[in-house]
Design a protein around this ligand. Structure first.
Ligand SMILES: [Zn+2]
Length: 484
């Protein structure tokens, strides 16, 4: 009898070892294309998708590469604003090609990722990152509470167990965790999306999705944690028959190369700008399967040119085509993974324009603040930041996303700050107030006009007729006939 009370206390206490703030886990599977559900290899994901809210696809940012897109998801900003312009880029400040590291992600102190914004509110808000690209580094001089740097040797189940341990930590329970898994991207690049190895990876991702859900349920927190599942981009499969050697058109030692198929950032050395542009442009016309842009001509919808890290020349392979780095990478993959490289060997690539459907990632979400069995229209990757701030009840931050694009994901049950009821009330209230002001102004203007007309009418009549009219009403019938 006496033992029961402490045991019950322990059970009760552990069931509530979570943050008193709204809780959100964001899960990214790299290169999980929107239509991988059609493979029928991900039944658990399909079930979750139908239970919560999903979109057919997300409209991601250019270039459709991993680091720019993950940072746009985390900040709500386009690459030209957050400064992560590619998986590598040439930095005119350091005069070298930069790879992943704090210098890549910390372009400006004004860039505040969601994990930093969450923890900056204090009052027991803690953020965690399980390998999310860029979240390992300090922002605004501060690190978040829980961080695991990228380590592809770390078992996926262990990653999820660790995430759950952060969320249920007795002293500092995380209320925001970013979870990143590098597949199916890695196997997609090496084997292409039709390979059995790739398909096996989709099955494994399906299994860990179920594992995460099972863990939330076994900890009795599934109805308290919002989970957003998404990806950064899709991919397509190409073969060596479409690889183009573009370095043959430029003199060695006259430029710096950054980026990878299909978009290459070329920085000509001083004095070689026009020579390189003209050579590449001529070659692109002759070849017909890649395009060359000067920085001032980058399409506006890329949101890519207004940044000093943006290279003076960009080479873009057409969809389905690869460039020099693929010639090298395919040889390397064949050697490391022990297969014979042929003209029909398949490799996965991404990075093409955001208008290419194969580049689009998936989106689905579930949890207490998210609508059940609901589908929303496709929206932009940069809109996600607003979704996160709404789910976490954080202050709004200026960003490139549109709040209105994500409101329909949020539950109507008063937990969202912008539930449909309040939106309708605010809208109707605004319209009524606006109409009242317009009516008031109209009445005042009419009274002024009437008063002036009265004076004019009386003056006109006094001029035309020798008698004096005392007021407008008295004189009106005389003028009406003249102007009828
Ligand atoms: Zn990626």
């Amino acid at each position: 009898m006496f033992l029961k009370f402490p045991v019950l206390c322990l059970i009760f206490h552990c069931a509530y070892c979570i943050s008193h703030h709204p809780i959100l886990i964001i899960v990214s599977y790299d290169a999980f294309k929107y239509n991988f559900f059609d493979t029928k290899l991900v039944p658990h994901m399909e079930t979750l998708k139908k239970q919560g809210t999903y979109a057919d696809y997300l409209l991601n940012v250019f270039p459709t590469k991993t680091f720019p897109n993950h940072h746009s998801i985390a900040t709500g900003l386009y690459p030209e604003t957050h400064g992560v312009l590619g998986n590598t880029y040439y930095d005119p400040k350091t005069k070298q090609v930069e790879h992943i590291g704090p210098q890549m992600f910390r372009y400006s102190n004004n860039v505040v990722p969601i994990w930093r914004l969450n923890e900056d509110q204090g009052n027991g808000r803690y953020s965690g990152s399980m390998m999310w690209p860029g979240a390992y580094y300090p922002y605004q001089g501060k690190n978040i509470t829980y961080r695991q740097d990228f380590d592809d040797n770390m078992d996926w189940y262990k990653r999820i167990d660790t995430v759950i341990s952060w969320v249920t930590d007795r002293k500092k329970p995380a209320n925001l965790v970013m979870l990143y898994i590098e597949q199916p991207d890695t196997y997609g690049h090496i084997f292409g999306a039709n390979a059995p190895q790739f398909k096996d990876m989709l099955r494994k991702l399906d299994n860990i999705t179920k594992y995460l859900q099972d863990q939330l349920e076994s900890h009795h927190i599934a109805d308290k944690v919002n989970v957003v599942h998404l990806s950064d981009h899709g991919l397509i499969t190409i073969t060596p028959q479409t690889f183009i050697n573009i370095t043959q058109y430029m003199k060695g030692g006259t430029y710096t190369w950054a980026g990878a198929t299909p978009c290459i950032q070329i920085t000509p050395h001083k004095g070689h700008e026009e020579e390189i542009y003209t050579a590449l442009k001529d070659a692109s016309i002759k070849n017909g399967h890649f395009k060359v842009y000067k920085k001032q001509d980058f399409p506006k919808q890329w949101h890519y040119k207004n940044n000093p890290r943006s290279a003076p020349i960009l080479v873009m392979a057409d969809v389905g085509w690869g460039l020099d780095d693929m010639i090298e990478a395919s040889k390397k993959y064949a050697k490391i993974f022990n297969f014979t490289l042929t003209n029909s060997s398949e490799f996965g690539v991404h990075g093409y324009d955001t208008s290419v459907a194969d580049m689009h990632p998936y989106f689905m979400a579930r949890g207490p603040k998210i609508k059940k069995q609901h589908k929303v229209s496709p929206f932009h990757t940069v809109d996600l930041f607003n979704l996160f701030t709404e789910l976490l009840e954080l202050p709004q931050m200026p960003n490139n996303g549109t709040l209105g694009n994500i409101v329909d994901i949020l539950n109507d049950n008063k937990q969202g700050r912008y539930n449909v009821g309040s939106v309708v009330m605010v809208t109707v209230g605004g319209i009524v107030a606006g109409l009242f002001i317009i009516a008031l102004i109209t009445v005042i203007v009419l009274l002024i006009i009437k008063h002036r007309q009265n004076l004019t009418t009386v003056a006109a009549l006094n001029k035309r007729f020798p008698q004096t009219f005392q007021n407008h009403i008295e004189s009106q019938h005389l003028l009406d006939a003249e102007y009828a």
